[in-house]
Design a protein around this ligand. Structure first.
Ligand code: RTP
Ligand code: MG
Length: 140
């Protein structure tokens, strides 16, 4: 399979606990290359735009508040089968269900404050990368 790119966020619960490096190491150990990376602090409106697919869900407002509660690290990860591989490394949404050794099993605090986001399909990966990065910022 050809190289694929996916979009990742290290969420505010993780940056607050100084886990950026530990999470990046899990990506690199899994064979994913970090081809773009920036630390930013979203407004609630920007978080709401990013997660608008969940706007009808009961947790939407809480999710937007949380994503704007501190800095995040937005990254583009590249590798064979990067979308699926990243979701494997992340583990299940709820850390109680996440397999041992995954990021969420090791680091997440709750189903909401679960340390990482990863794109779920090629189309969303493309959209999410474009929302945060220009082509010039992607260095493979
Ligand atoms: P993500 O989009 O952040 O990579 O996470 P995911 O695919 O594993 O989960 P998704 O269903 O897309 O949910 C997006 C994020 O919303 C928060 N959430 N809170 N309180 C709740 O029941 C609940 N459910 C989901 C989590 O931060 C989840 O990652
Ligand atoms: Mg999702």
């Amino acid at each position: 399979m050809a190289l694929e790119r996916t979009f990742s966020i290290i969420k505010p619960d993780a940056t607050k606990r100084n886990l950026t490096g530990a999470i990046a190491k899990k990506f690199e150990d899994a064979g994913l290359r970090i081809v773009a990376s920036k630390r930013i602090h979203l407004t609630k409106a920007q978080a709401g735009e990013f997660y608008k697919v969940h706007s009808a869900r009961p947790f939407y407002d809480e999710l937007c508040e949380f994503m704007a509660s501190g800095p995040i690290v937005a990254q583009v990860l590249e590798g064979e089968n990067a979308i699926a591989k990243n979701r494997e490394v992340m583990g299940a949404t709820n850390p109680a269900d996440a397999e041992a050794g995954t990021i969420r099993a090791d680091f997440a605090e709750s189903v909401g404050e679960n340390s990482v986001h990863g794109s779920d399909a090629p189309e969303t990966a493309k959209e999410e990368i474009a929302y945060f990065f220009s082509g010039l910022e992607l260095v493979g």
